[in-house]
Write a protein that binds this ligand. Structure first.
Ligand SMILES: [Zn+2]
Length: 400
């Protein structure tokens, strides 16, 4: 799901990012979990550094100017030239970053027995994600180029407005149109479980038709659950890996966690926050872009060859603001955990579910605090369990 980059509220950190080991893990296990998460982190950071280096090299060496003049002379329409230019640079980046993607997404997942994919299956999933991303990217790029031509240095404002409408629309249609390209969704069937879920959903004011299971097991042995969509498309999705390995009590608490995100308005709060960040980010980016243009000897803001610089600033802004987004996200996760415990009335099952999740996902339960602060959208499992235990104690005090 993260492959296409949509905001999905999840129970655990999305794969590819380091996260939480089971309580009472052996030291051998602990070393294995730490090694896996460290490698994932190193690859992810190296990828970011290399990407920034690539952009600077492309502009500084004149490669970008060569490609720009080539596409401009080959295409008589400037919008088409812009798209071809973006595609050529995009393909170059994909080819150069392939070894890292393969190492992190395929090799490491197999080395730690977390993946159930063959190489070709993995490659196909990656290709699909690229195609969908490319397809969605075309209208965005065209609107962006239009705004740059039409509004000059004020381009950031109309672009931000259009991006807000586009992402909201996408969040709404993604569960029905995009996610099914990657997974098969089926309505949850187990009768007894369904009844319990019905009750939970009714209490949360959530339309029960929206609880689905999806075939996560075709790609991974990890487990996860999430909340997706907006308005009528909102739904809770549970990985089949989770449904298979978790008891009904545990599943109920997981579901309650997801409903907590809905009930506590995390979806709209998240959209609001990212909208503010986007407006501010695009404004700052537009100013920094102007400064960097003169630095590299460009005269026009719509010079094709200069666009990689804009990409660089946008990427840098995203990288620098993600700790703020993560801070809010971790707070929301705690709140949803608390909701889950209160609504299910079964803190022990929730704690067991968290432990199981960490074990299945090879998640680092106690990551380095700095790493956690900067990169984790979810609090460490150790912290989540600790809070859940104090909730359980409070609960026990009330009921006894
Ligand atoms: Zn969550």
């Amino acid at each position: 799901m993260s492959a296409v980059g949509f905001k999905v509220m999840e129970l655990a950190e999305e794969s590819g990012r380091p996260v939480p080991p089971k309580a009472g893990a052996t030291s051998e296990n602990r070393t294995r979990v730490e090694a896996y998460n460290r490698r994932k982190l190193v690859v992810s950071l190296s990828g970011t550094v290399l990407l920034f280096a690539f952009v600077i090299a492309v502009v500084a060496t004149g490669f970008s100017r060569n490609i720009a003049s080539l596409t401009s002379s080959a295409c008589n329409n400037q919008y088409l030239a812009f798209l071809v230019f973006a595609a050529l640079l995009g393909i170059t980046e994909i080819v150069l970053s392939f070894p890292l993607k393969f190492y992190s997404g395929f090799y490491l997942e197999h080395a730690y027995s977390l993946s159930s994919q063959t190489f070709f299956h993995w490659l196909w999933e990656q290709t699909k994600a690229l195609l969908v991303g490319g397809f969605l990217g075309i209208p965005v790029l065209l609107v962006f180029f239009y705004c740059l031509e039409k509004f000059g240095n004020s381009w950031w404002l109309p672009v931000a407005v259009v991006m807000f409408i586009f992402t909201t629309l996408l969040a709404r249609i993604a569960p029905k149109v995009i996610f099914p390209l990657f997974y098969k969704f089926t309505r949850l069937e187990k009768e007894e479980l369904k009844e319990r879920i019905n009750r939970l959903c009714a209490e949360a004011g959530f339309h029960v038709k929206g609880v689905f299971s999806f075939n996560m097991s075709k790609n991974t042995k990890k487990a996860n659950a999430g909340f997706t969509g907006l308005g009528k498309t909102k739904r809770v999705i549970l990985g089949d890996t989770l449904l298979e390995k978790f008891s009904e009590d545990e599943i109920e608490t997981v579901l309650a966690h997801e409903l907590g995100h809905y009930r506590l308005g995390h979806i709209w709060k998240g959209i609001l926050l990212s909208t503010v960040v986007m407006f501010v980010g695009l404004f700052i980016t537009s100013r920094l872009y102007l400064v960097s243009l003169s630095l590299f000897g460009f005269e026009r803001i719509d010079d094709l060859a200069a666009f990689p610089l804009l990409g660089l600033w946008l990427g840098l802004f995203g990288f620098l603001t993600s700790p703020i987004m993560n801070l809010i996200s971790r707070r929301h996760e705690y709140e949803a955990d608390q909701y889950a415990i209160k609504k299910s009335g079964n803190p022990s099952a929730f704690i067991d579910a968290l432990k199981k999740l960490a074990e299945m996902n090879l998640a680092d339960s106690a990551p380095n605090p700095v790493v956690e602060f900067l990169f984790h959208s979810h609090p460490s499992i150790e912290k989540r369990i600790k809070r859940a235990e104090s909730e359980r104690d409070k609960y026990a005090a009330v009921t006894s």
